[in-house]
Design a protein around this ligand. Sequence first.
Ligand code: UD1
Ligand code: CA
Length: 465
Amino acid sequence: MEDFTAVILAAGEGTRMKSDTPKVLHKVCGQPILTYIIQAARKAGAQKIVVVVGKGADKVKEHYAGEDIEFVLQREQKGTGHALMQAEDAVKGSSQIVVLCGDMPLVTAESIEGMVRFHQEQRAACTVMTAIVEDPTGYGRIIKKGEKVLDIREHKDATLEEREIKEINSGFYCFDTSLVFSALSKVKNDNVQGEYYLTDVVKILNQEGKQVVAFQLDDPNELQGINDRKQLAQVQKLMQRKIIEGWMEKGVTFINPDTCVVDRHVQIGRDTTIYPGVILEGNTQIGEGCTIIGPCRIKDTIIGDFCEIVMSQIDDCQLDENVKVGPYSNLRPGCKLSSNVKVGDFVELKNTKVGEGTKIPHLSYVGDAILGKKINIGAGVIFVNYDGYKKHQTVVEDEAFIGCNSNLVAPVTVKAGSFVAAGSTITKEVPKDSLAIARARQENKLGWVLKRRNKIEGGTKDNGK
Ligand code: UD1
Ligand code: CA
């Protein structure tokens, strides 16, 4: 296949999104719309990527800073033809260009590559990617004679008869570079929208005796564009379905896929089962044979094999094999849980390392701590890590036992094998293999209640009369 440059038109205002974010930076399955098109163009073999930007240009450029993409600015949005004209200098040196719209993220690399191959086989001046759709309202209609494309008529400019045509213009094309720019110089803006239509080059090329053909896609879903939030949701749904079906093909079970969110870069191992209401975001990786029960949100987290996560939130953590979390726990950034750790219900963990086989089964807060192996943290234990100014670290060594409802006031260390009695507030180091009790001693006053009652009631008890 001959080299080509991809020109992505992304300068449109995106007014209907009603947003401060440029339309092409809105996310679908965790990734900006424009990134999908850039990736598809690269995968299809584009040697160079040129993006035409307008509204929100700075934000778009900033997002892709450092990437091998050339940006050209279209100061005023005077139509798709005018947009492509701005890229003339940037595409010098490639004899073919592929024009793509920045708001159609479902198009596949295979379709783009297919169009380029077809263009070359047909020795065409222009190939238009098209599809047959049930409801062509709003799209440009393909006007054909046999296999030849004679013209493209915008919906707003079309006659009632032309509006019956169901073959629509995708807005994706392959062009012979020199021919398209010479044709563009002849395009006028004498249409309903007062814009310079790129689609008008089709008619001009025909007048010059050049060949324009259509490359028809089987799946019109690929051409679903995003102009407003409703279409954003429709595309999200189609993309989500595609991603989840990809994981099903690789051996992952989804009990009810329509209720799950799985971002584009998430990885899931085989024989893992995902229950309804699970959200997997960012660069999350789930191992093999895991069970994830929703509602659950897991973000930028690496989870080993055979883990069980139930109704919890985990953000930016790492879990080794056989770890159990939940129900109802919150693992905040910076936690590393070794294999066979159990974090039970209503536990909050932050910036904490937990050694193999350690258990934190109920109602605890553990922050800024290093926990060794096979420790038991009793119910309601609080790691007091903050003095109002600074965070401090707590170290609990292997096989220590921390009794229920204790406070460990950081910085403090509990040495290996030691035992903290329930209800203690620990403020200094607990030596190895020792018992620490730091609570008031219990005193029993025998018969105290009886004496008090006699005094107040004079020996008779008022039963609430
Ligand atoms: C365009 C096509 C139409 C096709 C439809 C497919 C024209 C005249 N019409 O219509 O035949 O069916 O796409 O979606 O081309 N853009 C700029 N600068 C501008 C105007 C637009 O960069 O001045 C960009 C937009 O950001 C967008 C793309 O070009 O990515 C298409 O623009 P849009 O206004 O959505 O075109 P449509 O009117 O939908
Ligand atoms: Ca338009």
